[in-house]
Design a protein around this ligand. Structure first.
Ligand code: 5AD
Length: 472
């Protein structure tokens, strides 16, 4: 049977999609190639969030095509995921060596399409159509990477986004929000736990909107008391007894015996109603960790971005979260140089970063995306200024992060051991509940264990545990 190599760009949702495609192909008899050089099929799972990500994947495919077509003309080349969705046929027009372009609602057809191309029944396939029900098709897992059991797993709960932030291409690449049903998701989680998984990360482009709109989430929709087109303010006034579909899902997953930890990404700040804050206080398996993309500290820019919250509301959420879980680790995404962002707007972002004291922040220079409203806005910020702001914010965020990480030195923390460290496979690595990576001198037998480790040293965004005080 042919071998396949999948290279993934971008977010955790893309990682998960690649895993599901790989598992689907393995189930059909394909093998997984260790590198592209050894593969009969090479797929690039792409990201469109910034132009840089698209250029990287296009450049990579150009290199692969040049090499492969010279030496191994039968190798099948494909693009899948977000850039495949947004560019479609255009990719084959530009790179005629590409055989397959598979959109974000079509991952479950990968094996059939590849079979047809490999058998010579079809030459080129481009499929980027909308497919109702596709949100429930990302379900296969590869739990035995490196022949070792996986301790953590991603579970896709919904697809798409209806927020339409003015900078963001995601609504156009991932489509309308569609959610899977709670029983379906819980069944997948149970199955994973029965295979040894201890920690599950629930995934979606905007998980806090889970179950609010179309899709196969019949149960969640019936139980939801949210109006269809809810306004941010309705979340604040929701009585504490009313649970959003997302919190209902957290409750249901929390019931699973043997599951130790629950994470989720990405939420939207406006989805942090009191029911979700209370979930942090109520549900011990829900870890002390939140990735809350703020994007800007300026109300003026937040409005231009169509984010649906103010700086004050965001700070209020942080305060409530820290009240519920004082040790919570909070990370964020920030865009610098959004069109019209003035020096004063940027100072407000800096001051917000200082005020919140994020554990870490992912900073992005604004990138014009086609068909998005912000791409047409006046006062686009020159690259030089975007770079300067990126640099200044990064310095601030790193300084704060370093101080935060240093406070762990001498403390005992619980980690879930995931496997050998990527940088140094002689060491093991795990994560704290607040999502900090801890490297320690352990061994394979620690994999899957919840261990108390004493932190002896802090590097940049990594903690080190002392092997002498690993309690067994
Ligand atoms: N330019 C720069 N950054 C962007 N992001 C999304 N769209 C853009 C864009 N056009 C960032 C946001 C988002 C993260 C995944 O990528 O910060 O949260």
């Amino acid at each position: 049977m042919p071998s396949v190599f999948i290279k993934t760009y971008g977010c955790q949702m893309n990682e998960r999609d690649s895993e599901a495609v790989a598992a689907q192909l393995v189930a059909k008899g394909y093998t997984l190639a260790p590198s592209e050089a050894a593969a009969d099929v090479i797929l690039l799972n792409t990201c469109s969030v910034r132009d840089f990500a698209e250029q990287k994947a296009i450049g990579k495919m150009q290199n692969i095509a040049a090499d492969v077509r010279k030496n191994r003309p039968d190798v099948v080349l494909g693009f899948m995921g977000c850039m495949a969705q947004s560019r479609g046929q255009e990719l084959i027009d530009r790179l005629p060596d590409v055989d397959l372009v598979l959109g974000t609602q079509k991952f479950h057809h990968a094996a059939d399409y590849l079979d047809e191309i490999l058998a010579g029944h079809r030459d080129k396939i481009v499929d980027v159509a909308v497919e109702p029900g596709s949100e429930a098709t990302i379900r296969e897992h590869l739990l035995n990477g490196n022949a070792q059991k996986s301790v953590t797993a991603f579970v896709s709960i919904m697809q798409g986004c209806n927020q339409y932030c003015t900078f963001c291409i995601v609504p156009y690449t991932r489509g309308e929000e569609r959610s899977r049903g709670i029983p379906d998701i819980v069944a997948e989680c149970r199955q994973l736990v029965s295979q040894g998984v201890k920690e599950i990360t629930l995934l979606g482009q905007i998980v806090t909107s889970y179950g609010k709109r179309g899709g196969s989430s019949r149960e969640a929709k019936v139980e939801s008391r949210e109006p269809e087109n809810f306004l941010p303010s309705t979340l604040d006034s929701r009585p504490s007894t009313t649970k959003s579909p997302f919190v209902q899902l957290l409750d249901a997953v929390h019931e699973i015996e043997g599951l130790e930890r629950i994470r989720f990404t990405s939420p939207h700040p406006k989805g942090y109603g009191d029911d979700l804050i209370q979930a942090y206080a109520r549900l011990p398996k829900l870890v002390e960790s939140a990735h809350l993309p703020v994007q800007s500290g300026s109300d003026r820019v937040l409005k231009l971005m169509h984010r649906g919250y103010t700086r004050e509301r965001f700070l209020g959420i942080i305060k409530k979260l820290r009240r519920a879980r004082p040790d919570i680790g909070i990370t964020t995404d920030i865009i610098v140089g959004f069109p019209g962002e003035t020096g004063d707007d940027f100072e407000q972002t800096l001051s917000l970063a200082r005020e919140v004291q994020f554990d870490n922040a992912y900073i992005f220079k604004y990138s014009q995306r086609r068909d998005t409203p912000a791409a047409e806005m006046p006062d686009q910020v020159p690259l030089k200024i975007r770079e300067e702001r990126n640099h200044r914010l990064l310095e601030t965020v790193n300084e704060i992060g370093k101080r935060k990480y240093d406070t762990f030195i001498g403390r005992q923390v619980q980690i879930l051991v995931e496997g050998p460290s990527k940088k140094n496979p002689a060491r093991m690595t795990g994560r704290t509940r607040c999502n900090k990576i801890v490297v320690f001198e352990g061994s394979e037998r620690h994999r899957g264990q919840l261990l108390d480790v004493k932190i002896t040293r802090a590097g940049s965004f990594t903690l080190y545990g002392d092997p002498a005080v690993v309690s067994l």
